[in-house]
Ligand binder design. Structure first.
Ligand code: NAP
Ligand code: ZN
Length: 370
């Protein structure tokens, strides 16, 4: 048996964890740049809590709240310039996956005067600034991953860079910060977390230890699915979703994602489909595609979710994220040529060709037409 297991992040979970662990903020210096989205920091209440802690500790701060959804290289370059101008000692990322991923890139660019394209070399002359991460969605798990996924206009898709040095130092997980999410953001982000756990579980790179986390994460999604379907999401469910998404983040820290994410990125890039929804649209066909290769594991996933078969799984996804998506033949050809180049697709348990991708996209489009 051989494996490597490393999470470079201290995880602090629970209501009030920012105020209760304020000493963590004092460990990394006296000047902080807060990186967040236009609304999520304020709407969630996390920004106010962080400001109260930093005021109390005499930490000077500046707020960069211009992170876009699916941040671009230009966006993180601007954030990096602000951090350098301000001479920040550390970064506090607040928000969904977009601000947290942007914060990781900003932490690198703040101390490395380089073109953001060089982020993709995955090694940096100077160590990135320490990052404290506060998720306001329960989905990406970015607070515990060594990945930052940015929009690459030059490649017409999204691509991740990765380094152990961009693991957040601390993740503060307070489910109260996720209560202000709209229903659709709640559902899309939960489905994203499920796709991390499932893709990680079925990946060529899965290991016994990542499977333990994946199984628990999938089981927890199963416990929450009725509340998600009925839009009756209480605080206990919010905590479960946050917990399951962080477990799923730990899974992909070790396995990476696979074909669902690779094929989902073009749907986001070209059609502006939210990340988790794009994954949800693809998952039924992905399970069917892989079934003959990992039958036992897929049956286990369905069992953990309390579902009979892949069709029933598809029915749940249809209700959560919508039934299929119209994609033209030209679009299908373009998206497949782009997706097949994603390294993550090579981690899929079954080899995936461009033609396989064409068939999967076509099935999704057909579903929308029926
Ligand atoms: P997001 O793009 O961060 O946020 C989606 C929307 O929800 C935004 O409009 C955001 O507002 C809003 N929002 C977030 N939290 C809210 C709250 N508590 N209350 C009200 N509104 C809130 O969505 P996400 O799904 O969490 O992140 C997706 C990104 O993460 C993608 O770029 C994806 O590729 C990436 N990702 C990263 C990893 C990783 O390991 N690093 C894994 C999977 C996905 P604002 O605009 O104001 O923020
Ligand atoms: Zn994802």
């Amino acid at each position: 048996m051989q494996f490597k297991f490393y999470i470079g992040t201290k995880v602090l979970f629970g209501k009030g964890c920012v105020a209760e662990n304020k000493a963590e903020f004092g460990k990394y210096g006296k000047r902080a740049l807060v990186v967040t989205g236009r609304h999520s920091g304020k709407a969630s209440g996390a920004l106010d809590d962080v400001i109260a802690v930093m005021d109390g500790l005499g930490i000077e701060y500046r707020i960069y709240d211009r992170v876009e959804n699916n941040p671009s290289l230009d966006n993180v370059k601007e954030g990096g310039d602000v951090a350098r101008d301000f001479k920040a000692d550390f970064i506090v990322g607040i928000g969904g996956g977009s601000p947290l991923d942007a914060a990781k890139a900003v932490a690198v660019l703040a101390v490395n005067d380089m073109d953001p394209l060089e982020l993709y070399n995955n090694s940096f002359k100077n160590k990135p600034l320490p990052l404290l991460a506060i998720p306001t969605t329960a989905g990406t798990g970015s607070e515990v991953t060594p990945y930052s996924i940015l929009t690459r206009k030059d490649k017409q898709t999204k691509m991740s860079f990765s380094s152990e040095d961009i693991f957040p130092k601390v993740a503060f997980l307070d489910a109260r910060y996720t209560e202000s999410m709209s229903y659709s953001v709640t559902v899309n982000t939960a489905v994203d977390a499920l796709s991390h756990a499932v893709e990680g579980f079925l990946s060529r790179r899965s290991k016994a230890v990542s499977d333990i986390l994946a199984v628990e994460s999938i089981r927890l999604f199963g416990e929450c699915s009725r509340s998600l379907l009925e839009n009756s999401i209480d605080f206990e469910t919010r905590e479960k979703l946050l917990y399951m998404s962080t477990l799923a983040g730990m899974v992909i820290s070790h396995t990476g994602t696979t074909v669902v994410h690779g094929m989902g990125y073009p749907l986001t890039y070209f059609k502006d489909i939210p990340h988790g929804k794009a994954n949800g649209l693809l998952m039924e066909e992905y399970l069917k595609f892989n079934y003959g290769y990992v039958k036992e594991k897929i049956d286990k996933v369905l069992g953990l979710l309390g579902l009979r078969d892949i069709e029933e799984f598809g029915g749940v996804m249809d209700k959560l994220v919508g039934k299929g998506l119209a994609i033209s033949e030209e679009e299908i050809d373009l998206y497949s040529s782009i997706a097949v180049q994603q390294k993550s697709t090579s981690y899929n348990i079954r080899n995936v060709t461009k033609d396989d991708m064409v068939r999967i996209y076509r099935d999704i489009s057909l579903k929308a037409a029926n």
